[in-house]
Structure formats: structure tokens, C-alpha cells
Design a protein around this ligand. Structure first.
Ligand SMILES: [Zn+2]
Length: 252
């Protein structure tokens, strides 16, 4: 690695956030880039500034607008006189130069519609936000998320053949290609499972969620139903499933 990367974990652990949101600090010579300042939390703000130890913040990058990634950004950036950059003002393939470093923004929608990943080409390092997590599977939100886009974003990432991933939650991933493949396989298996379940018998989205996922606690059930609805929309778009008055059935 030419860039030195450290992180500060936000104090927002939970079923969707794992141990908490990762705020990544990327050393770029005399200045740093800060990626995903996280939730608007006084203690977290203090922790990030303490870790910076007076270094200059060149830019603040945000992978996407979800409440565990974005809200602290302006408040953190303002006293450092750093700009906050995120989609759509920051577009696909745009290069952000900070100190000695070039970070390329990659538009990678699917988890959310506004999702960027950030690539350090020389290092094969990608900051993946919630496209890929260090552990478990990422949810595809509904209605803004999109399974077809999500799979395309994974393919795009794989084509870059990255060596290391720095995700929005949990630890960095050194088997980057293995992890991308694992996520791809997981999504495709889930799709096959949803389709098989509908072929077994029609149902509404909540019914199908219970049939596919089994018993889940209430918090996870919301995420599961969202991801299932995103899968249903792709299956309807693909012509494999049809919907009538909220009931989904296999297309003949
Ligand atoms: Zn998110």
C-alpha cells in the first residue's frame, strides 16, 4: 500500500451497522482524506479529530446518503475548511486529488441509488461503503435500491481486480476477489431461492419473506422484506414473476 489507512469506528453498533460505521482516514502526504464521517454524534466527531492529531483534511468523501454514513459530514468538514463530496455532484470516474493521492469515484448503485465507491488505483484498494461489507451480506434497500444494478456494480468492481477492500462496516477484506464473488453468489442464490418459493406457491411480499427467510427478529425482518421486494421487482422486470394486487406468482 502506498496510502496509509486507519479507521475510527462510530459508536452506532446494531443489526444493520455491525460494530458501527467505519470512518476511514487515508494518509496522502501532508493531508488526509476522510471517508464516511458517519452519524451525527459528538463523541464520534471528537474521536475522529483526536485521531487526526492536527493533520490537514484535504477532502471529505461520502459513499452514500444513508443516516449511518452522511450526517456528520458537514459538521466535521466545516472547521477543517474541507469540501464534502458525494454523488451526484461527484460523478462516475471523476478523480479526486488529495495530497499525493488520486482517488477515483466509481458510481456503484444497488444498495442505494446514490452509492459511490472510491478506488486508489496504485494500491488496488477500494472503499466499498455498503456495496460490500466486511461480514454478512449487504441489503438492497427498496424502493431506491436495485438488485440488477447491485449485481452490475459487483461485476464492475470485480473487473478492476482489487486487492483490498475497506468496507463501510466490519474489518477490511484482504481476499477482495473472493469476497466479491461470495457477494455475487449470495445475491444470485437468493434470487433463485425467491423464484423457487414463488413457483411453490404464490404469496404477498410479507408472506414470501417469512417463507424464504424463516423466523427473524423484527428488526432484521424489515431489512429482509426490503431486500425481498427488491428481488421481486427484478424478477417481475425479467418476466419470471408477475404481480396482481400485491400477490406474486410465477409467470407461465
Ligand atoms: Zn447504507
Amino acid at each position: 500500500m502506498t496510502a496509509w489507512v486507519t479507521r475510527v469506528v462510530a459508536p452506532n453498533p446494531g443489526p444493520y451497522t455491525g460494530p458501527g460505521t467505519n470512518t476511514w482516514i487515508v494518509d496522502a502526504g501532508p493531508v488526509v482524506a476522510v471517508i464516511d464521517p458517519g452519524p451525527d454524534d459528538d463523541a464520534h466527531l471528537e474521536s475522529i479529530n483526536r485521531r487526526l492529531g492536527g493533520r490537514t483534511v484535504g477532502v471529505v468523501l461520502v459513499t452514500h446518503g444513508h443516516p449511518d454514513h452522511l450526517p456528520l459530514a458537514q459538521r466535521f468538514a466545516a472547521p477543517h475548511r474541507a469540501s464534502v463530496r458525494r454523488y451526484p455532484e461527484l460523478g462516475d470516474n471523476e478523480v479526486v486529488r488529495v495530497g499525493s493521492l488520486n482517488l477515483t469515484a466509481l458510481y456503484t448503485p444497488g444498495h442505494s441509488a446514490d452509492h459511490l465507491s472510491f478506488l486508489i488505483p496504485e494500491d488496488g484498494a477500494v472503499f466499498t461503503g455498503d456495496l460490500i461489507l466486511g461480514q454478512g451480506s449487504s441489503m438492497v434497500t427498496y424502493p431506491e435500491g436495485d438488485v440488477a444494478n447491485y449485481l452490475r456494480s459487483l461485476d464492475r468492481l470485480a473487473a478492476l481486480r482489487p486487492r483490498i477492500l475497506f468496507p463501510g462496516h466490519w474489518d477490511s477484506v484482504s481476499d477482495a476477489m473472493g469476497k466479491i464473488e461470495e457477494y455475487r453468489r449470495h445475491r444470485l442464490e437468493r434470487e433463485a431461492q425467491v423464484l423457487a418459493e414463488i413457483r411453490r406457491g404464490h404469496g404477498t411480499a410479507p408472506e414470501l419473506t417469512r417463507r424464504v427467510y424463516g423466523e427473524l427478529d423484527d428488526k432484521l425482518l424489515v431489512a429482509a422484506e426490503m431486500t425481498l421486494r427488491a428481488h421481486l421487482r427484478k424478477l417481475v422486470d425479467d418476466g419470471a414473476v408477475r404481480e396482481r394486487r400485491e400477490v406474486y406468482e410465477a409467470a407461465p
